[in-house]
Design a protein around this ligand. Sequence first.
Ligand code: PLP
Length: 359
Amino acid sequence: MAKLVMTPGPTNVSARVMAAMQKPVINHRSPTFRKLYKDVVEKTKTVFETEGDIVIFTSSGTGAVEASISNLIRPGDNAVVTSFGEFGNRVGEMVEVYGGTTVKASAPLGDCPRMESLEEAFEKTKEVKALYVIYNETSTGVAFRWLKQAGELASKYGAYFIVDAISNLGGDELPVDKLGVDICIAASQKCLAAPPALGIISLSARVKAEFEKNPPKNFYFNIPRYLKFAEKGETPFTPALPLFYALDEALNVALEEGMQNRIARHKRCAESFYSILGRLGANSFAKEDVRSNTVIPLLYPPGVDDLNFRKTLDEEHDVIIAGGFGEYKGKMFRIGCMGEINEKIVDQTVSAIGKVLGR
Ligand SMILES: Cc1ncc(COP(=O)(O)O)c(C=O)c1O
């Protein structure tokens, strides 16, 4: 029996999307690839709600996050970064790797920084080149719900607005152009329900102009190079062809359902997870007003051994979930509520969890 992959990415991929990868390998410098590329880009724009450019990297999400930093941040630049878990901390680290200074807008784990904390970070910093917001902090299951205000703040200070939406794009609201997002980052293996290893970004006209004015010196993840090849419908380097086919089909699935329906389905399923598992004694680690619709973070009831619990779920019930991060290892578990998620999968998952917790 196939396992139910309920980790916060990678997530279950439908047979239809898996089958798309059976298509023959083609020349990536051919009209057939150029058509596939252009189709994928157009559909991605619809999902991101943007008229901007799209770049697709053959890499996991981290490659795309790093590209948003290596192409933009120069030695001496300041970046305000929301820091409320592992993925915000990694962005902060990467900014410094490229010679920038990270100014954190932090919050305790389980919560996220409010606008006052972002405003304070801007006020105390002389010039801010970019604001990096983690929309959905996967390590704690917390979603930052003030994107509109954050975009306005960045704009007030002339800073670029970068959003890491890797673990919720396709499962939560994110109208990129309406919110003034300069770079939005997603990955194939989460709410888009494709296999892992494509990093996807959108780019505003303003940030493109910045790259022209101040060209980045990196090589493989050099965004201007990708944009130049994109004009003819190609990537600069050999793309992961099977994954392009899979992403194309996954986008078809998403657009056939309609993004509003898809987002509503994620929200409905998340609410079921929180309420049913809460009744079983597993309460949300995230504060209620900021809890995620795509990553469900739950504290173990007393007396449950994390490794044993997850091993039993996997081996006896074929349900795979994730544990906690850092200091919360052993104290919490996380469930992906992503992509293919529906009421039946919620029922299967909570029923298996209920049986194992009951023991
Ligand atoms: C919010 C966020 N950012 C970045 C990443 C890194 O993505 P990847 O593991 O695909 O490199 C993840 C992965 O879970 C994530 O959830």
